[in-house]
Design a protein around this ligand. Structure first.
Ligand code: MN
Length: 413
């Protein structure tokens, strides 16, 4: 059985409240298409976080629809399986499943209901894709993961797998012990022990953590083009694009060959070419800029060569304190000549000043990460000292209001 495993597409992501990334995603899909052509996998798996937000715009949905339909039209024999992540609306993904079924694309929005085991068997079919070469059990993100439910799915597969075909399980979860580079210090992230995802699979195709990694194996392995494992491994394919400038590691798509159930898993890392890289000017091991003129000069040079990418600036404390009021505007004006090819993160890093540095270096949390915390407000209370501009009382009020809104929303359902 041969699969292509990717995840965390985050289609529709807007960076710095300004830049859409359609061309970067199109560049990614172009590579995916070339790999499908070259390697002819039995299945293409996307393990959650299709979209960046729960209610993507019409343009974003149009992009997703046309990209996936184009893949299916060109490679009708490759089974495409796509699950919802925590960034996606499970209900919205689920609502589209029948239409996608017509194109032979398996879409899974909702996970199994928490009381599913009480209703007898049969429900498992919704999550199992049987192929001539193997099985895929397609689970989306689940806010409350129940091991018995996952195991019941794997057991249902085992019953029909007398001929020992490979078994792949998909999930979108944070698994304890994974490397969280790029996610900030998400100590409170709700994570599951790997054992909670049951046993009986040969390959667990994970999404959610953006750094490619095979659980229980050193990160240094990621430098190798190929690895061979005994069956029963769990792997994050990693995200399709660098979702932020903190994701400084290479991004890959996983090409996975499994010879038989309980056999060997051969992994090939396909390096994703990024249309736009993230740059820090000057590079972190150089002295920061000492004046706005130095910055303007460097930005001009960057626009001339390489002329494409996301830039963020490092300025020393003295220069930072005396930046002209039109500093940001001046930079945006310089970038206009590149036609949006050079893109600007206006959160300039101020260096050599302990307090400013702490602000610049402190972790930035995504909404989705806070959503996963068992008690986000408690987390904020503990870290409030790092955010002098935030008022804890206001935040507590905001949370209370949101909570009430949510309760109201639940009652309306
Ligand atoms: Mn996710």
């Amino acid at each position: 059985m041969r699969i292509l495993h990717t995840a965390d597409l985050h289609i529709g992501q807007i960076l710095y409240q300004y830049y859409d990334r359609f061309d970067e995603h199109a560049h990614f899909f172009g590579q995916l298409e070339a790999w499908c052509d070259e390697y002819r996998p039995d299945a293409l798996l996307v393990s959650g976080d299709i979209f960046d937000i729960q209610q993507p715009s019409a343009a974003v949905k149009d992009f997703f629809n046309s990209s996936v339909v184009a893949l299916h039209r060109r490679f009708p024999d490759i089974r495409i399986v796509i699950t919802a992540g925590n960034h996606d609306s499970a209900a919205r993904i689920q609502a589209d499943r029948e239409v996608w079924g017509l194109a032979d694309v398996k879409l899974v929005g909702h996970g199994p209901a928490s009381d599913v085991l009480e209703g007898g068997d049969g429900w498992q079919e919704r999550f199992i894709v049987e192929l001539p070469s193997g099985f895929v059990v397609a689970l989306p993100f689940m806010s409350s993961l129940r091991t018995e439910v996952v195991q019941s799915l794997l057991d249902a597969v085992a019953l029909r797998n007398a001929d020992g075909r490979p078994v792949v399980l998909m999930a979108h979860q944070a698994v304890t012990g994974s490397d969280l580079t790029g996610h900030g210090d998400i100590g409170n992230l709700r994570s599951s022990a790997i054992g909670e995802l049951g046993s009986g699979y040969d390959y667990l195709a994970l999404g959610h953590i953006h750094r490619p990694q095979t659980l229980g194996h050193p990160l240094a392995d990621e430098d190798e083009p190929r690895s061979s494992y005994g069956a029963g491994i769990a792997r994050y394919s990693g995200s399709a694009l660098h979702v932020s400038g903190d994701e400084r590691f290479p991004h890959t798509v996983s090409l996975v060959d499994i010879d038989r159930h309980g056999g060997t898993v051969e992994l090939t890392r396909l390096r994703i070419d990024e249309l736009r890289h993230f740059y820090i000017l000057p590079e972190p091991d150089c002295e920061p800029f000492g004046s706005s003129f130095e910055v303007y000069d460097a930005v001009d040079r960057f626009c001339a060569d390489p002329g494409r990418g996301y830039i963020r600036l490092r300025v020393d404390a003295a220069a930072f304190a005396s930046l002209p009021s039109d500093f940001v505007q001046t930079i945006y004006r310089k970038l206009e000549s590149t036609g949006n090819e050079v893109r600007f993160n206006p959160q300039t890093i101020c260096e050599n000043d302990a307090a400013e540095e702490a602000v610049a270096e402190r972790p930035v949390f995504e909404l989705a990460e806070l959503q996963q915390m068992t008690n986000p407000l408690e987390f904020i209370r503990k870290t409030i000292d790092m955010y002098p501009e935030l008022n804890l009382d206001d935040l507590e009020n905001d949370f209370r209001e949101i909570e009430e809104e949510l309760l109201k929303g639940d009652q309306e359902k």
